[in-house]
Design a protein around this ligand. Structure first.
Ligand code: MF3
Ligand code: CO
Length: 258
C-alpha cells in the first residue's frame, strides 16, 4: 500500500480523532491505582470511547478481544485485559488505545506508574517518552524516515536499554496500519522522504534489559524475553511544512520539544 497524503479535510478529522483519544487516555491514566484490574481499565475505556461517539479500533482487530491494550511490567504491548490481573503498588502499566472518528484513526500509548515505583522504572518511563520527542525533532518535510529512527536509537542507546525490533510504528489514516513502517532503530537505508500531510504513529517500545521479546500463549501479549520492565510511548503525528503536530495530545499545538 502506498503512503497516503492527507487532504486538509482529512487532517481536520484526524485532529478531532486524536484529540478524543488524548482525552480517553488522560482519563484512563487518572484511574490507575493499586487494586484495580486490567479489565476495569478496558471497561472504562470502552465506555469513554463510546461516550464520544467514536469506535474503539482495536476491538476485534485481527481478533483482538478488547478496546484497550493493557500491558504490565515485562509485558511490552498488546496485553489482554483480565479481571484477575490486579495492579499492584510499584507496577508500571502501558495503555495503548485507538479510536475511529468519522472514518479516521488515531493511535496512542503511554506507560503509567502504579502508586510509588522504583527509580529504575521511573527513568525507563521518562526516557521512553523522551525518545519519542527526540524522534519527532526530525519529523519534518524533506527529512527521511530513518532520521526519526536514528534519533530514537541514538538517544536510547546511551542508557543500555533494549529497543524492541519486532514491532514498529506505522502510517495511519483511514486504516490503523498504513505504510510506511516506522522502526525505532537505525536503518541502513534512509527510507521515504517525509512530506507534509503524512500522518505517522511513532511508538518507541523500550525494554530496561535486552531487546528480545516473546509472545505469551494467548498469541497477543508481547513480553520482554529476559523479564525486564518495558515501557511504550506513542502519538499520532502530522508532518507539515513546519513543525510536526502531535495529534494525540489534549492540547494540540503544544510544544514539540517535550
Ligand atoms: N496500537 C497498536 C499498534 O500500534 C495496535 C494494537 S492492535 C490490537 O500497532 F489489536 F492489538 F489492538
Ligand atoms: Co500504533
Amino acid at each position: 500500500m502506498a503512503v497516503t497524503i492527507k487532504s486538509a479535510r482529512e487532517i481536520q478529522l484526524m485532529m478531532e480523532s486524536g484529540k478524543i483519544l488524548a482525552e480517553v487516555l488522560e482519563r484512563l491514566g487518572e484511574m490507575i491505582k493499586p487494586g484495580i484490574s486490567t479489565l476495569d481499565i478496558d471497561r472504562e475505556g470502552a465506555r469513554i470511547i463510546k461516550s464520544y461517539n467514536t469506535i474503539p479500533s482495536f476491538l476485534n482487530y485481527n481478533g483482538y478481544p478488547a478496546s484497550i491494550c493493557v500491558s504490565v511490567n515485562d509485558q511490552v504491548v498488546h496485553g489482554i485485559p483480565d479481571q484477575h490481573r490486579i495492579l499492584e503498588e510499584g507496577d508500571i502499566v502501558s495503555l495503548d488505545a485507538g479510536v475511529i472518528y468519522k472514518g479516521y484513526h488515531s493511535d496512542a500509548a503511554r506507560t503509567y506508574p502504579v502508586g510509588e515505583i522504583s527509580e529504575e522504572a521511573r527513568l525507563l518511563i521518562e526516557r521512553t517518552r523522551q525518545s519519542f520527542y527526540e524522534g519527532i525533532k526530525f519529523a519534518r518535510a524533506g527529512n527521511h524516515l530513518n532520521d526519526i529512527s536514528t534519533a530514537i536509537d541514538d538517544y536510547i542507546s546511551q542508557f543500555g536499554y533494549g529497543i524492541v525490533r519486532d514491532l514498529v510504528g506505522h502510517g495511519i489514516g483511514k486504516n490503523l496500519h498504513e505504510d510506511p513502517q516506522v522502526p525505532n532503530f537505525k536503518q541502513k537505508r534512509r527510507g521515504i522522504r517525509l512530506q507534509a500531510g503524512m500522518t505517522l504513529a511513532i511508538e518507541p517500545m523500550i525494554n530496561a534489559g535486552r531487546a528480545d521479546v516473546v509472545w505469551e500463549d494467548d498469541d497477543w501479549t508481547v513480553c520482554s524475553e529476559d523479564g525486564s520492565l518495558s515501557a511504550h510511548y506513542e502519538n499520532t503525528v502530522l508532518i507539515t511544512d513546519g513543525d510536526p503536530v502531535i495529534l494525540t495530545l489534549p492540547s494540540i499545538g503544544g510544544s514539540v520539544n517535550g
